[in-house]
Design a binder for this molecule. Structure first.
Ligand code: GLA
Length: 518
C-alpha cells in the first residue's frame, strides 16, 4: 500500500468508527470558564496569543474618511502591522486603528499582522473601494432595549468604553448606535428632553443630555469605533421626538457634520404623511429620498431602513440605497418568539447579499428592559441554551449583529454568547449567504449555508423542552464523502463523518457545526 492509499485506508477506518458513534454529546470543555453556579459556557476562553477577527472584506467609498479598528484577541500589548496598505491609509501599531481616506476605486489586498509576547498571526483583509458599504453585516450596539428614553451622552460613551473593555470590539463589534429620544420632544416626562425641536435656521437640536455631538462622535472614533444615529421621515419619531420631515437634507448633512457613520430611519409618524396612499411608491418614497441624500454626502453612512417589513422591503431595500432593513415588527420582550422570527426572516434569504441585509432586529440578551413598559434593565430570563441558539440563528442568516442590552452590566455569560469568533465568522462570511431551512418539523429544524471556503455552516435547532437527537444527511446538504466536522461553539473538532451527522441538541438550543470536505 503506498502512503496515499494507507492514508485513505486509515481515514476510512476512522470515518467508519465515527459512523458507529453517531451521537455527539457536549460537555464543558477544557479552557471553558465554568462558573460556580454550574451554567454551561460554550465558548472557550480566548488564547493568550493574537487572533485577528473581523470581516475579510470591507467596502468604503473613494476619498471618504476611513476608520477601521483591527479586531484582535490575545493578551495586550499587541503590535500591529499591515502589508499592502494603500498610501492613503495609515495604521497605528499600538491600537491597530487604520485611518485616513479611502484610496481610489479598486481592490486592495492587505495582510494584517499582529504580534505579542505569546505569538503572532496574519490575516488577509480586502479593502474594496467603490460604491458598496456593509459588505458584511454591520456589528455593534444599539441603546434601545436597554435605555429607551433614558439615553444620555454619558451612557453612549460608557457603551463605547465597554465595547473595547469587554473584548466585544476584538471579535468585530464596531458601531455604537444611538436610537430614538436623543432630540427634543414637545411632551415628555423628563423636562430635560422637552424643548424647541429646531433652532431658527431649522437645525435639529439635540436635547440637554447630548451637549456636544461632535465631541461624542470624536470620543467614539478615537477608539476606532463608529457612531450611529436615528431619526424618522415623519414629523415625529416613534417616541414622539423631532423627526426629519421637510428637513431631510439639512438633517442628513448635520449627521455627517457631526461625524455619524450609520443612520436608522424609522417610519413611525410618516403614516400620517403617506395618508391613504398605500402604494409601493409611497412606501419607498422617504427611503429613496434619504438614500439619495446619504449617497451624495462625502461620508460613508450605512443606511438602516426600519419600517417593519412593509411592502416586502427585502425586495427593494437595496435599490433605494439601504444596507439593511428590518423584516418585521419589534422583537419586543417576547423573546420566546426568536425561533419564529428567524424562520420568517429566513424566507427572504435570497434577498440578502453583501451590502444588503435582512434584519430580524437586535440581539437582546443580558440586561435588557421590558419593551412594552420601556422598563429598566433586568437580567434576561431566556434559557441559556436558547441564547446560544439566538446568536446561531442570526449568524447563520447573516443578520446584522447589533447587541441591544445594558453595556454597564455585561456579565461573563452574555459575553460568552456574544463573543464566539468562529460563530461570528459564519455571520461575517464574505459570500454573504443567508442560511436555508431544511427538515422543518414541529419541534426542530436544520439550517445551513455555504461559506466562502466551500465548507458548510449547519445549525441543528431543538425547540422542545427535552434534549433531542437531531440528524442531517449529506444528501440534504448536497455534499458527499468524508467530511470533517467542527463544533463551532466549543471550537472543537468532532472528527470525520460519512453520509450524515447526528447530535444530541439541548432543549431550546442548538448544535452548530462547520462541515469541510476531507
Ligand atoms: C420603533 C423601532 C424600534 C425603536 C423604536 C424607537 O419601535 O422599531 O427599533 O427604534 O421605534 O422609538
Amino acid at each position: 500500500m503506498n502512503n496515499r492509499l494507507t492514508l485513505n485506508f486509515l481515514r476510512n477506518i476512522f470515518a467508519l468508527a465515527m459512523i458507529l458513534v453517531p451521537t455527539v454529546s457536549f460537555g464543558i470543555m477544557e479552557g471553558t470558564s465554568a462558573p460556580a453556579d454550574g451554567r454551561e459556557f460554550y465558548t472557550p476562553a480566548p488564547h493568550p496569543y493574537p487572533r485577528i477577527n473581523g470581516p475579510q472584506v470591507y467596502g468604503s467609498r473613494p476619498g471618504h474618511p476611513f476608520l477601521y479598528r483591527i479586531p484582535c484577541q490575545g493578551v495586550r500589548p499587541i503590535t500591529f502591522s499591515a502589508k499592502g496598505l494603500p498610501k492613503e491609509l495609515s495604521l497605528d501599531p499600538q491600537t491597530g486603528i487604520i485611518s485616513g481616506h479611502t484610496p481610489p476605486k479598486g481592490e486592495y489586498l492587505v495582510t494584517l499582522q499582529a504580534i505579542n509576547s505569546n505569538g503572532k498571526t496574519k490575516r488577509a483583509f480586502k479593502i474594496v473601494s467603490g460604491d458598496q458599504l456593509a459588505l458584511t453585516p454591520p456589528m455593534g450596539w444599539n441603546h434601545w432595549y436597554a435605555h429607551y428614553d433614558r439615553i444620555t451622552d454619558e451612557m453612549v460613551r460608557q457603551a463605547a468604553d465597554a465595547l473595547i473593555g469587554s473584548g466585544m470590539a476584538d471579535v468585530g463589534y464596531q458601531y455604537i448606535n444611538i436610537d430614538d429620544c436623543w432630540m427634543n420632544a414637545q411632551k415628555n416626562n423628563d423636562p430635560k428632553r422637552v424643548g424647541p425641536l429646531r433652532d431658527t435656521n431649522g437645525n435639529l437640536l439635540p436635547n440637554k443630555y447630548f451637549p456636544d455631538m461632535n465631541s461624542l462622535t470624536g470620543f467614539i472614533h478615537g477608539k476606532g469605533l463608529k457612531a450611529g444615529i436615528y431619526t424618522s421621515p415623519g414629523t415625529l419619531t416613534c417616541g414622539g421626538f423631532a423627526g426629519a420631515w421637510q428637513h431631510e437634507e439639512q438633517d442628513a448633512k448635520q449627521f455627517a457634520d457631526w461625524g455619524f457613520d450609520f443612520l436608522k430611519y424609522d417610519w413611525c409618524s410618516y403614516d400620517k404623511i403617506a395618508g391613504n396612499d398605500k402604494s409601493l411608491d409611497a412606501l419607498q418614497k422617504p427611503y429613496r429620498q434619504m438614500g439619495n441624500i446619504l449617497h451624495s454626502l462625502d461620508r460613508d453612512i450605512v443606511f438602516n431602513l426600519c419600517q417593519y417589513g412593509m411592502g416586502e422591503v427585502w425586495k427593494w431595500g437595496g435599490e433605494v440605497g439601504g444596507h439593511c432593513w428590518r423584516t418585521s415588527g419589534d422583537l419586543g420582550f417576547e423573546l420566546d418568539k426568536i425561533f419564529d422570527v428567524a424562520l420568517k426572516n429566513s424566507e427572504h434569504r435570497l434577498n440578502s447579499k453583501p451590502g444588503e441585509w435582512n434584519d430580524p432586529d437586535y440581539i437582546q440578551i443580558g440586561w435588557i428592559g421590558n419593551a412594552s413598559k420601556m422598563g429598566v434593565p433586568q437580567l434576561t430570563s431566556m434559557p441559556d441554551a436558547m441564547q446560544y441558539a439566538y446568536m446561531s440563528l442570526w449568524s447563520l442568516m447573516a443578520a446584522p449583529l447589533i447587541y441591544s442590552g445594558d453595556m454597564s452590566k455585561l456579565d461573563k455569560f452574555t459575553l460568552n454568547v456574544l463573543c464566539n469568533p468562529e460563530v461570528i465568522e459564519v455571520d461575517q462570511d464574505p459570500l454573504g449567504e443567508s442560511a436555508a431551512v431544511i427538515k422543518r418539523e414541529d419541534n426542530n429544524f436544520v439550517m445551513f449555508k455555504t461559506l466562502v471556503d466551500g465548507s458548510l455552516a449547519v445549525g441543528l435547532f431543538n425547540r422542545g423542552k427535552e434534549p433531542a437527537e437531531l440528524s442531517t444527511t449529506w444528501k440534504e446538504l448536497n455534499i458527499s464523502g468524508v467530511q470533517n466536522v467542527l463544533d463551532l461553539w466549543h471550537e472543537k473538532e468532532m472528527g470525520l463523518y460519512v453520509d450524515s451527522l447526528t447530535a444530541t441538541v439541548p432543549p431550546q438550543g442548538v448544535v452548530m457545526v462547520k462541515i469541510t470536505k476531507k
